[in-house]
Design a binder for this molecule. Structure first.
Ligand code: ATP
Ligand code: MG
Ligand code: FE
Length: 338
């Protein structure tokens, strides 16, 4: 099977060609960061307009790089949600037109299932496994009891990790997206400013990052008000250590409780060096295999959408041409079992 996958849920226009659900023949990603940077975040109207401008070209480029023609494509996959509705629609309209014109199956795909199944493009997943999803809009612990069966056992009650990173970066007047800048600062730091950890109820796998974010903002404001010099690197390191300790501890506990054979780290924040190394060390110590995709497959891309769509294609669970964008799409409802 050769899947043409399309992803336009946020600020990356991407198209990919995937063979057999595992082999990346091409994965073209066009980022809009330069457009949204000066606004300090994604502007939905601008995102949709840019997707419209780019989508045809990106699809053509993906076919060209894969050295295939439209007649070689056996199914079209597209992100159905969650995401910005206007952005999702651009990919969905393109996908529907292609599926209709070529008379081939269409598969509406869940964006977070994509982030999780990015792992299948570079590793062999084994079940049951536990996925720690850390991205711009999500922070979740997802149990996969078997292939394509998603159960969310923990989620953030307020900010997503990536969102917290971006807000802290903004307060430090760093460019958008701020995650990589905080990561770099944290590594340069010689010391850390001690910040609180939000554990919530002792048995809970949920997360909360808004209190930590407020604590960071309080340090920044107090230092500035007193006219003192802020040790930004130490603050970045304190923030990163707090986030990492909570994520790693809860992920390890969840993996153990549910008998996971592997721990998967995915989503844009999986690129974070502090998180990667802390998780790698704990997994090594406890003999739990850790799967992390390369950075290019952690941030938004269409290859991961093709990998997830393959779960449905091989079970002939197809989507009708009347499919609609679903900005609040539930991951569990996208499970292969129903
Ligand atoms: P979602 O997948 O939840 O819809 P999204 O697609 O916008 O959200 P991603 O593209 O997966 O999110 O990830 C983007 C986020 O990752 C941004 O918040 C960015 O700051 C963060 N990020 C990227 N690299 C790093 C890093 N090295 N350290 C921390 N955060 C990072
Ligand atoms: Mg993005
Ligand atoms: Fe994403």
């Amino acid at each position: 099977d050769v899947i043409l996958a399309i992803e336009t849920s946020c600020d990356e226009t991407s198209a990919a060609v995937i063979r057999g659900g595992k082999t990346i023949m091409s994965n073209v990603v066009s980022s809009q960061i330069d457009i949204h940077e000066r606004f300090g975040g994604v502007v939905p109207e601008l995102a949709s307009r840019k997707h419209v401008e780019s989508i045809t070209l990106i699809i053509e480029q993906a076919l060209e790089e894969a050295e295939v023609e439209l007649k070689d494509i056996s199914a079209i996959a597209v992100t159905q949600g969650p995401g910005l509705v206007g952005a999702l629609l651009v990919g969905i309209v393109a996908a529907k037109s292609l599926a209709m014109a070529l008379d081939i199956p269409l598969i509406g795909t869940h964006h977070i299932a994509g982030h999780i199944y990015a792992n299948e493009l570079v590793h062999d997943m084994a079940y049951p496994c536990m996925a720690l999803v850390v991205s711009g809009g999500h922070t979740e612990l997802v149990l996969l009891a078997s292939e394509g069966e998603f159960r969310v056992v923990g989620r953030t009650r307020d900010d997503a990790v990536g969102e917290a990173y971006d807000k802290v970066a903004r307060a430090l007047r760093l460019p958008y997206p701020g995650g990589p800048h905080i990561d770099r600062l944290a590594h340069e730091a010689e010391e850390a400013i001690e910040l609180p950890r939000a554990w919530l109820e002792s048995e809970s796998y949920d997360f909360s990052f808004s209190g930590l974010k407020s604590a960071v903002l309080a340090v920044i404001n107090q230092t500035r008000m007193k006219g003192l010099e802020l040790n930004e690197a130490a603050l970045a390191r304190g923030f990163q250590e707090s986030v990492t300790e909570v994520l790693v501890t809860k992920a390890m506990r969840a993996a153990r409780e549910y008998g996971a054979k592997q721990l998967l780290l995915c989503g844009g924040v999986a690129a974070n060096r502090g998180l990667r190394s802390a998780l790698a060390a704990r997994c090594e110590a406890e003999g739990l295999p850790l799967l992390v995709p390369p950075n290019s497959l952690c941030t938004d891309n269409a290859a991961m959408i093709g990998a997830a769509a393959f779960l449905k294609l091989k079970r002939e669970q197809l989507t009708g041409l009347d499919m609609k964008a679903d900005p609040g799409f539930s991951l569990e409802s996208w499970s292969v079992g129903g």
